[in-house]
Design a protein around this ligand. Structure first.
Ligand code: RP5
Length: 168
């Protein structure tokens, strides 16, 4: 699996509005259902793998570059002692959404507590463990961007209508 994927099905050659960072290639299955949602909301995204523990310099480079290029939301997906979302939040003032992954013997409780228990002043919006959390990260990113983007707001409303009709 390549460790870098650039995807922008939602627009022409577009600047990523959402940057999805993974702590490991082993986290990739967790975002499978998230990426089509970002497409549905019309949000161009970039997926990168960069471990906060093993590749801190790479992680910093990615965050700084994508922020400079105009990225608006960072989603950080990690398991075990999951420092990735907190480190990303230390590197940017843009909103950071953390997705805990159930890897390792503690089945995601470790990552959940690591991500949710950020000290005051450096927030990470923490969603559910695993694939459900990743999908909600896409929904939350869209809801945030919908505040200033009517097209995204319309896509969010259409999605909510579909859920109300029984969609999943
Ligand atoms: C974290 O440790 C990753 O986010 C992953 O969930 C977990 C295990 O990583 P690998 O050993 O599979 O690379 O850094």
């Amino acid at each position: 699996m390549a460790d870098r994927k650039k995807i922008s099905r939602s627009g022409s050659v577009s600047v990523p509005r959402v940057v999805v960072l993974l702590g490991s290639a082993s986290d990739l299955p967790v975002i499978e259902k998230m990426l089509p949602l970002l497409d549905r909301f019309g949000l161009p995204y970039l997926v990168e793998i960069a471990s906060a523990h093993r590749q801190p310099d790479k992680l910093k480079r990615i965050v700084k570059k994508t922020e400079k290029d105009g990225a608006e939301i960072f989603v950080a997906v990690a398991g075990m002692a999951a420092h990735l979302p907190g480190v990303v939040a230390s590197l940017t003032a843009r909103p950071v959404i953390g997705v805990p992954v159930a890897s390792g013997p503690l089945a995601g409780v470790d990552a959940l507590l690591s991500i949710v228990q950020m000290p005051p002043g450096v927030p990470v919006a923490t969603v559910a463990v695993g694939s459900a959390g990743a999908r909600n990260a896409a929904c939350l990113a869209a809801r945030i961007l919908a505040l200033k983007d009517a097209k995204v707001a319309a896509a969010v409303e259409e999605y909510r209508r579909e859920l109300a009709r029984g969609g999943r």
